[in-house]
Design a protein around this ligand. Structure first.
Ligand SMILES: *[C@@H]1O[C@H](CO)[C@@H](O)[C@H](O)[C@H]1NC(C)=O
Ligand SMILES: *[C@@H]1O[C@H](CO)[C@@H](O)[C@H](O)[C@H]1NC(C)=O
Ligand SMILES: *[C@@H]1O[C@H](CO)[C@@H](O)[C@H](O)[C@H]1NC(C)=O
Ligand SMILES: *[C@@H]1O[C@H](CO)[C@@H](O)[C@H](O)[C@H]1NC(C)=O
Ligand SMILES: *[C@@H]1O[C@H](CO)[C@@H](O)[C@H](O)[C@H]1NC(C)=O
Ligand SMILES: *[C@@H]1O[C@H](CO)[C@@H](O)[C@H](O)[C@H]1NC(C)=O
Ligand SMILES: *[C@@H]1O[C@H](CO)[C@@H](O)[C@H](O)[C@H]1NC(C)=O
Ligand SMILES: *[C@@H]1O[C@H](CO)[C@@H](O)[C@H](O)[C@H]1NC(C)=O
Ligand SMILES: *[C@@H]1O[C@H](CO)[C@@H](O)[C@H](O)[C@H]1NC(C)=O
Length: 561
């Protein structure tokens, strides 16, 4: 497949735009200056703002004000690469502060890396973060006594019919709560902006930023991870003639996302999650008690799984018996699901957090509010909340919901009961461990009050000005390989698929010199790898002391538990 490169190298080299003098195109310029230290402290980064139409098809609505960040190229500058970290709803401005070195390395150091806080995100962009409650207290009172705070209680895969009944019995209450929540969001300070938030608008914003920096004729280079890959799939299909060098990494299936119910899309996201859970247990068993205390001498992965199942059952039974429990089985599941993203944290999780979970669930603490175990259980419960970002008053962010649901298909008449039945099916058919994760933003979409004024729903098979790279782990807990395969197949000869033979969310979750080199070679020289290249994770990247990804793959129990 390497023969494609000659054509595209020459195209890119001759159209290289070095200087940022975009005012000659009549496009507004970005005034670069120091970044706001409340968001990013790295003085090697520059920041600026760009005003763009809230509604690109109706300028009378007014403007949005985008916060933009730049990391200068370390080598001789050849242009810019735009970056979106995902979420949706992650702040590009603060994430570039964290990922600068890695992104410069993956792009060969010859591009400025540009990111931004998309509309609905952060404290600097207007409209910024979406908050639907005025305080944490208002939120906890609103959802007091519901699964929103405790998660869903079940064992096995809804093995006990009482768990099915208990969940379905909550459907009317939760539906009412979500309908009210939708209204609260619409009446919140940023509520009037909800219809202008979404992925199609974010793509147009990205084009505006690129126009301001490199001019309206320059090819647009882009690196997107996770939801950033969805944004990338939208970008290359909405503006195929602008496609420069583009890498999407950890890829949501754009066709499913754009055309299916969000709850169905969510179920499809989980197809590899249980395999990754098994990989963690396999690594622990191979490491043995000295490097993974959850393993006893001679334990296999199934023995360690039995310990987790017993832990979940103990927490479940305590809650069902009506005890006030410091941690529910639902919260433990969600905390575990978070571990599936980042194998680099497995040893520490098994070493430190797992013993704490056991202690907390076994009630080896009586809940004095200053007790360290109580503090730890509060910490674990808080971390298990997917609503990560909070306002300074602790109220949770609904930006993920605003973007996901703004993009979603129309869902008139969806009921909570229907969604709960879907969850039970997902736990039974797709992911026994994580199918019942709650809350997840997708479930709010049926009750979300608006849709974005512009939604892109395909086609995803446009002819692109340049070939892109679609990268995925073989086992990714939320953006399974099938998503990457789907967009590669839609784009046909314009997409080269590359896979990393390991676990975690995006190829950046573990280290593969093979993958990192081929991405950098493409970004710098336009050289494409062979289609379907499979890169191994570096042998010296240990997941547990003395255990690497290759060891785990060699011992992974068959995909079916
Ligand atoms: C930047 O530094 C200031 C002063 O030390 C601190 O208050 C602020 O939280 C820091 N910001 C970030 C994003 O870390
Ligand atoms: C980034 O590069 C530009 C152009 O060379 C330069 O003017 C600017 O000072 C640099 N910014 C930082 C923060 O080093
Ligand atoms: C939640 O409900 C319980 C029982 O009805 C009550 O005791 C508690 O004060 C409530 N908590 C909040 C934060 O409203
Ligand atoms: C596990 O914890 C022990 C004691 O806290 C510590 O000495 C050891 O380095 C930890 N190992 C890992 C892999 O985190
Ligand atoms: C917890 O500690 C704080 C400060 O150390 C103290 O003011 C408070 O009374 C303690 N609360 C309990 C329940 O012991
Ligand atoms: C899931 O399994 C149930 C039986 O438990 C079956 O009725 C249903 O059709 C399956 N759903 C999917 C999406 O495969
Ligand atoms: C539930 O999970 C068990 C393994 O834990 C599996 O054998 C069984 O088939 C699952 N049940 C359904 C209905 O999928
Ligand atoms: C690469 O292979 C995938 C299937 O794995 C296919 O969908 C895609 O079209 C191929 N791309 C090229 C450039 O042949
Ligand atoms: C790009 O090509 C040049 C010239 O062939 C070569 O020297 C350089 O190492 C290549 N860069 C990368 C990152 O592959």
């Amino acid at each position: 497949m390497l023969y494609y490169k000659l054509l595209y190298i020459s195209v890119l080299l001759t159209s290289k735009v070095v200087s940022a003098a975009p005012s000659r195109h009549g496009h507004p310029q970005i005034q670069w200056g120091p970044c706001d230290p409340s968001v990013v402290n790295d003085t090697s980064l520059s920041c600026g703002f760009l005003d763009v139409p809230l509604d690109y098809h109706n300028p009378s609505v007014g403007n949005a004000h985008l916060a933009i960040v730049k990391a200068n190229a370390t080598g001789e500058r050849r242009g810019s690469v735009l970056f979106n970290p995902g979420g949706p709803g992650d702040s590009g401005v603060s994430d570039l502060g964290i990922l600068k070195e890695l992104l410069l390395q993956l792009t060969g150091g010859v591009y400025d890396i540009i990111s931004w806080d998309p509309r609905g995100v952060g404290t600097l962009t207007i409209p910024g973060e979406i908050f639907c409650f005025e305080s944490l207290e208002e939120y906890t009172t609103f959802f007091n006594g519901t699964i929103e705070l405790t998660g869903i209680e079940e064992t096995g895969n809804f093995t006990d019919p009482a768990d099915v009944d208990a969940l379905l019995a909550e459907a009317p209450t939760m539906q009412k709560k979500y309908e009210e929540l939708g209204k609260k969001c619409l009446n919140s300070p940023n509520g009037r902006y909800l219809e202008y938030i979404g992925t199609a608008a974010a793509v147009r914003d990205m084009i505006s930023i690129a126009n301001a920096i490199d001019g309206p004729d320059a090819p647009i280079n882009y690196f997107g991870t996770s939801y950033g890959s969805l944004l990338g799939s939208w970008f290359v299909n909405m503006f195929p003639e602008r496609v420069g060098r583009v890498i999407i990494n950890g890829v949501p299936n754009p066709v499913t996302f754009a055309t299916q119910k969000p709850s169905i899309y969510f179920a499809h996201q989980l197809v590899s999650a249980d395999t990754i859970y098994k990989a963690m247990l396999t690594g622990c068993a191979l490491a043995g008690p000295s490097a993974c205390p959850a393993a006893s001498e001679d334990d296999g992965p199934l023995d360690i799984d039995a310990k987790f199942q017993a832990l979940l059952k103990a927490a479940h039974d305590a809650a069902r018996a009506g005890s006030s429990v410091p941690l529910t089985s639902g919260q433990i599941r969600v905390a575990l699901a978070g571990q599936m993203y980042a194998p680099a944290g497995w040893a520490r999780f098994m070493n430190e957090t797992y013993p704490q979970l056991v202690q907390i669930v076994n009630g080896e603490s009586q809940g004095n509010s200053n007790d360290s175990l109580t503090r730890r259980s509060e910490g674990i419960a808080r971390r298990s909340q997917p609503l990560k970002r909070t306002a300074s008053n602790g109220s949770p962010s609904y930006s993920i919901h605003a973007i996901t649901c703004g993009d979603a298909i129309d869902l008139h008449g969806v009921t909570m009961e229907e969604q709960f039945k879907g969850i039970i099916d997902t736990a039974r058919n797709i992911s026994h461990m994580f199918g019942a994760s709650w809350p997840a933003p997708d479930y709010l979409c049926g009750f979300w009050p608006v849709r974005s004024v512009e939604r892109y729903q395909g086609p995803f098979s446009k002819k692109l000005a340049n070939k892109i790279i679609v990268a995925s782990n073989v086992y990714d807990p939320v953006t399974p390989l099938a998503g990457a395969e789907a967009i590669a197949s839609q784009l046909g000869e314009d997409a080269v698929l590359v896979r990393q033979n390991g676990f975690g969310h995006t190829t950046l979750a573990t280290v593969s010199t093979c993958m990192n080199d081929l991405l950098a070679v493409y970004m710098v020289n336009g050289t494409l790898p062979a289609n379907n290249t499979l890169c191994e994770v570096d042998k010296d990247f240990a997941l547990f002391s003395g255990v690497n990804t290759e060891d785990i793959l060699a011992h992974l129990p068959s995909a079916d538990v």
